[in-house]
Design a protein around this ligand. Structure first.
Ligand code: MN
Length: 292
């Protein structure tokens, strides 16, 4: 039986900070403890870079070589182009609407920059980076990289020209997304036209939030503005969505990983001992090599 799912919290963007010199982001979670560490499990972290103008430069801005272990980084570009290189030998550029899904797992070094040619012209960047946790049994598996172009997304047309649901991961109304995930995850862009009014069905025990990328959207009758996040209680399935103007909403929903976590710096493990091991392995060159 379907039951209404209520809003637990609407969050305006927290104060922004820079990640390297290329990404001006609002960290919605884990943040300052407003949301508990595992509240959005399997999603551990969300850095949201709202539309920000970067002037032209010959030296692409970004974040230099750094390690990760124990999880995946998922980067979605809405405006601008982002390049990635890692010590597993993977690299790629994502443009507007595209996604890079990088599984650090046992460990990589990587760097994340504005794409070179894009940087020379400068422009507006808008992006989201998520850290998606891995269950203990997959934390030490091999690194992996999935470049996912917007044209590969599953596409579901909402009836009556209300807009489209782009399915990045998981499945919506029988349309599935191209991303491989280690645990059940639903990730969609709702690209909504003015006058949409529909019910989005979610799985009650999946932790679920919306991030409003563009425009405003009415959720269960409450207006949520651009750059704000809506966290849902785990008390039902049906979310009522309507729009007066065009809007874009990122939907994240996933089955929680019910394991203890021990996050530290760029690592996300289950125990303190595994964090110490990660630093040992890093210092002993076990994350490979990547040129700065
Ligand atoms: Mn990184």
């Amino acid at each position: 039986m379907q039951k209404a799912r209520s809003i637990e919290k609407i969050m305006p963007p927290p104060p922004a900070h820079m990640v390297g010199d290329g990404f001006r982001v609002h960290n919605f979670f884990p943040g300052d403890g407003t949301i508990s560490l595992q509240r959005m499990s399997p999603f551990f972290l969300m850095d949201y870079g709202p539309k920000t103008e970067f002037p032209a430069t010959q030296n692409p801005r970004g974040v230099g070589v750094h390690p990760h272990r124990g999880f995946e980084t998922v980067t979605i570009s809405y405006y601008g182009k982002v390049a990635h290189h890692d010590s597993a030998g993977n690299s790629g550029v994502i443009g507007e609407g595209d996604v890079q899904w990088m599984t650090a797992a046992s460990g990589v070094l990587h760097k994340e920059y504005h794409e070179k040619e894009w940087s020379k012209k400068g422009g507006i960047l808008q992006m989201v980076q998520l850290w998606v946790n891995l269950p203990a049994k997959y934390k030490m598996t091999d690194p992996k990289y999935q470049p996912i172009l917007r044209e590969q997304f599953g596409k579901y047309n909402l009836p009556g020209n209300q807009g489209i649901v782009e399915v990045i991961a998981g499945n919506y109304e029988g349309v599935s997304g191209p991303a491989y995930s280690f645990t059940p995850i639903e990730m969609y862009n709702l690209r909504l036209n003015a006058g949409s009014n529909f019910t989005l069905q979610t799985v009650q025990n999946y932790n679920t939030c919306f991030l409003v990328i563009e425009g405003n959207v009415d959720v269960n009758g409450k207006t949520v503005y651009t750059d704000c996040l809506v966290l849902f209680a785990n008390d039902g399935n049906d979310v009522q969505i309507s729009t007066q103007k065009n809007a874009i909403v990122l939907v994240l929903s996933g089955e929680p990983i019910n394991e203890p976590i021990f996050p530290y710096g760029p690592f996300l493990m289950n125990t303190r001992q595994e964090i110490i091991q990660a630093y040992d392995d890093l210092n002993n060159g076990k994350f490979g090599y990547l040129e700065d």
